[in-house]
Write a protein that binds this ligand. Structure first.
Ligand SMILES: C[S@@+](CC[C@H](N)C(=O)[O-])C[C@H]1O[C@@H](n2cnc3c(N)ncnc32)[C@H](O)[C@@H]1O
Length: 240
């Protein structure tokens, strides 16, 4: 089985709790993990300036939880994923949540996607490292966007190429890890400008204890300092 077939088959290889997590994502996990995902969703709304009526394409949407959340906000979202089983879950959950008319899901390979419309915004959330050819994915994203449209990428750190090895061996899927520098170059080559690297600092609520205040003030500096080895990669760019 090649890596793409493994991506397609992944949901079927999971046990029942794993499939249940796909259905319920972002809910039903440990509080910190659910909170992290919900905060990421809020950051995406802000960074992509998602208004009611904005059109959004999500590449590698998985079970489609982000697109469904944004559809509730009035966004016209289309989610694409290579796995028919993922898309089936996404469609079933949309129907269950009464969003079948508001959000669309399609099976598609993000390395060679040609969409039937040009979108205001495009999202690649935790998906690009599942492709061994990120340059093709970024070209798909550029084709999918209208001139001036915004792309947001959220990815694990480049060291995921080591950290993801066991998952790659176990499931046969691609678990790459791309440096921000490489992604910025690929973004320029694909026809993007105004490329910004963003740092996601975690603690935004703090108490009165001196240690809490120190963590709150110092946290962003630590994230910035450790960015090359530890922090997630968030990049925002504009289609030229
Ligand atoms: C780690 S999951 C993330 C899914 C989703 N973005 C989320 O946050 O739940 C990566 C997803 O990328 C999809 N994927 C892998 N290769 C792909 C490709 N070539 N085209 C489209 N989707 C792909 C997988 O099927 C999987 O759903």
């Amino acid at each position: 089985m090649d890596a793409k077939d493994a991506e397609r088959a992944y949901p079927e290889r999971l046990d029942e709790p794993g499939r249940e997590w796909l259905r319920r994502k972002p809910f039903g996990h440990a509080p910190d993990e659910t909170a992290r995902l919900l905060i990421d969703a809020a950051l995406i709304v802000s960074l992509l300036e998602l208004h009611a009526g904005t059109s959004l394409c999500e590449l590698g949407c998985g079970s489609g939880w982000l697109s469904r959340l944004f559809a509730r906000h009035g966004v016209r979202a289309v989610g694409y994923d290579i796995s028919p089983a993922m898309i089936e879950i996404a469609r079933e959950e949309a129907a269950r949540e009464g969003l079948a008319e508001a959000v669309r899901y399609e099976v598609a390979d993000m390395e060679e996607l040609v969409t039937d419309e040009q979108f205001d915004a495009c999202l690649l959330y935790d998906a690009l490292h599942h492709s061994a050819r990120p340059q093709l994915v970024l070209r798909s994203a550029r084709r999918a966007l209208r001139p001036g449209g915004r792309l947001l990428i959220s990815e694990p750190n480049w060291m995921h190429r080591f950290g993801g090895r066991s998952a790659a061996q176990e499931h046969g899927v691609t678990e790459a890890g791309y440096s921000p520098r490489r992604l910025k170059r690929l973004l320029r080559d694909a026809g993007f400008g105004e490329i910004e690297r963003l740092h996601r600092a975690r603690r935004s609520v703090f108490g009165n204890r001196p240690l809490d205040v120190a963590r709150h003030l110092g946290g962003p500096l630590v994230v910035r300092a450790l960015a090359p080895f530890w922090a997630e990669t968030w990049l925002r760019a504009r289609a030229a």
